[in-house]
Ligand binder design. Structure first.
Ligand code: HPA
Length: 281
């Protein structure tokens, strides 16, 4: 039922979630892009809930497993971890794509740490590099805030001038340097997909200032900022974008490169969580 994702409906969803899962103080939402798995010492992975058991709209199941939300716990604190996300290119409506972010916000999350996979439009960004996203281009032709103004969630025309939190970007920069590897910083061009770009489109995006290109993240960031969450987003550049090399793109290559470089991203996320949500005990 579409009206379930109204502010009132989402509030009921959050209350229901709270009653069922009894999260302690929710500190942050960590969005693990497809295939990425994270762990942070001190945090115990608790129950894992399929999205289908939380949200009032059909969730597509791919190869028998669906997106889930895991509650990580550390004494009186909870971290919500999204294993996989919903994409516009799957046909989900923008308000469905951002429902997990809004749920996290209603449960009290102060911050969203997002990860994703991208193609590099900047030839200097080699496959396997990590890019700290500093800004985005919304080229998805959608915005999750379109529709009657949900004033309970935030202002009608939210500022996006510092969507990616400068302080958190600095923390990510320092965490990478402490881990001993270089990260790039750059602009994420969010496209609709699911086809990869043509070489002409990549040249255009490069001209528009894109460093990397992906098919996710932008709606979640807009919804998170709307509700006042601080945002940091890390991208794994899995391939040179189309036309940068002579190689055609394949989803398998993207997944393969993602796996190969995931270790450093895991390390960076671990350090980031440790820095951003220090253990007070
Ligand atoms: N383009 C868009 N999205 C992507 C790419 C790409 O080249 N690689 C991984 N996600």
């Amino acid at each position: 039922m579409t009206n379930e994702l109204t502010p009132a409906g989402l509030r009921r969803l959050a209350e229901d979630f709270r009653a069922r899962h009894r999260p302690d103080r929710v500190r942050a939402l960590l969005v693990a892009g497809s295939g990425l798995e994270f762990e942070v010492p001190g945090w115990q992975a608790g129950e894992t809930i399929p999205f289908g058991d939380i949200f009032p709209f059909p969730i597509q199941t791919l190869k028998g497993h669906s997106e889930t939300l895991t509650l990580w716990r550390r004494r009186e604190e909870t971290l919500l971890v999204m294993n996989g996300r919903l994409h516009l290119y799957q046909g989900y409506r923008p308000e469905e794509v951002v429902a997990p972010v809004r749920l996290a916000a209603l449960l009290g999350a102060e911050m969203m740490i997002a990860t994703n996979a991208t193609g590099a439009a900047d030839p200097a960004i080699t496959p396997g590099s990590i890019v700290v996203i500093t800004d985005h281009l919304n080229l998805q032709g959608r915005n999750p805030l379109v529709g009657p103004w949900a004033r309970e969630f935030g202002t009608q025309f939210p500022d996006m001038s510092r969507a990616y939190d400068p302080e958190l970007i600095e923390v990510a920069r320092r965490a990478a340097s402490a881990a001993g590897f270089e990260v790039f910083e750059g602009v994420y061009a969010g496209v609709l997909g699911p086809s990869f770009e043509t070489p002409a489109e990549v040249r255009m995006l490069r001209g528009l200032g894109a460093s990397v290109i992906g098919m996710s993240t932008v709606p979640e960031v807009i919804a998170a900022r709307h509700m006042g969450l601080r945002v940091v987003a890390l991208s794994l550049a899995t391939n040179p974008a189309a036309g940068i090399t002579a190689e055609p793109l394949s989803h398998e290559d993207v997944l393969e490169a993602g796996k190969a470089a995931a270790g450093r991203l895991r390390e960076l996320v671990r350090r980031l969580v440790e820095e951003l949500i220090p253990d007070q005990s």
